[in-house]
Design a binder for this molecule. Structure first.
Ligand code: MN
Length: 342
């Protein structure tokens, strides 16, 4: 028996090692909510919510108020029947990061109770993945220096944030390419370009001989036509991130043939929608990557176990804990350079 006795929320704040700059947004720190589920037998399961106001409209003050709501929803339910708990917590669609943290804490408690790690409960497809590392927006010099350090860290996939200044972004890409030849690039505009700017960006890079493996969210979140325009006018695969939060949004993107890739993040979808999205995207013969918000090691632990269990992702963009100052590492996985493994 694994009946839930209580659910507690705890606010944790983490500073970035250096400010994280993406299109129209600079973060100096993050406030995350740790979700602690206690079972009647004393077993504890943990999850972490890393909310995004920009993507999901979530504010920490509002999320903290959901603690009694979640208690009311799932107290007395058995973590062994976790799909039942997923169905109930799907109602938290207005607070997807909390949905993710609660659903993962349930899996974590179940895992502790039966002595099987979460990645094996989810399928056990892999035991090791590689994460990319992100170059955030800065001067061309800064971006080039950051790329150098990432190569030195041993990463073979570099994520590059663009979207605020088209001409500077193109120059920055050229500079980064010079110091990181042989690496794969995921370029993320975080909704910053117009469709025509996005096509200009990829066309110029293509002409310069720079290959992009994924061009992420070039245009505005709700501009599905724009995404589609970029997809069919780009030599490189185009991904939806901000446009692909729930399974319903992904279903529409598939129907509209708007993208090549879906970037799943547990913080946008929870575990339940993420599982559905994986199967939908596979059935549509499109590609998958897995990303993160500003999770600490406790939160990225969720995505590591999800990725290892499901094994369906071409790219793992799970570098947030590498960028945050944390008093202690709290993942149930190991880290060696760019590799996460169990
Ligand atoms: Mn993104």
């Amino acid at each position: 028996m694994g009946k839930i006795k209580s659910v507690k929320f705890k606010l944790n704040r983490f500073e970035y090692v250096k400010p994280f700059h993406i299109t129209n947004n600079i973060s100096y720190d993050t406030q995350n909510i740790e979700v602690i589920i206690e079972l009647e037998n004393g077993i504890i399961g943990r999850g972490e919510a890393s909310p995004s106001f920009r993507v999901n409209g979530e504010k920490i003050q509002a999320l903290l108020g959901l603690e009694p709501v979640v208690n009311e929803m799932i107290i007395g339910m058995d973590v062994r029947n976790y799909r039942q708990i997923f169905d109930v917590t799907d109602k938290l669609f207005g607070a997807p990061s909390i949905k993710a943290a609660v659903q993962y804490a349930v899996l974590d408690a179940f895992s502790e109770e039966i002595g099987v790690p979460v990645y094996q409960i989810l399928g056990g497809m892999k035991t090791k993945i590689e994460t990319d590392y992100t170059v955030s927006i800065g001067t061309i010099e800064e971006r080039m220096e950051d790329a150098k350090k990432i190569v030195e860290r041993g990463h073979s996939v570099i994520k590059i944030k663009v979207g605020e200044n088209l001409e500077e972004d193109i120059q920055a890409m050229m500079a980064i390419y010079e110091v990181s030849k042989g690496c794969k690039y995921i370029v993320d505009a975080n909704t910053g370009y117009t469709p025509k700017q996005a096509v200009k960006f990829v066309t110029e890079l293509y002409r310069a001989g720079i290959d992009i493996h994924v061009f992420e969210q070039p245009v505005a979140m709700h501009d599905i036509e724009g995404l589609k325009y970029v997809r069919w006018n780009s030599p490189f695969p185009v991904a939806a991130d901000e446009s692909a939060r729930t399974k319903y949004e992904v279903m529409r993107l598939i129907k509209e043939e708007a993208v090549d890739y879906i970037n799943i993040k547990l913080m946008k979808s929870g575990i339940s929608d993420a599982l559905a999205i994986v199967e939908m995207v596979k059935a549509a013969n499109l590609r998958l990557m897995l990303g993160c918000m500003a999770e600490s090691s406790l939160g990225v632990n969720q995505s590591v176990h999800f990725a290892l269990g499901i094994g369906a992702f071409d790219f793992h963009d799970l570098d947030s804990p590498l960028m945050l100052k944390e008093p202690e590492f709290r993942g149930k996985y190991k880290v060696e350079g760019p590799y996460y493994f169990v």
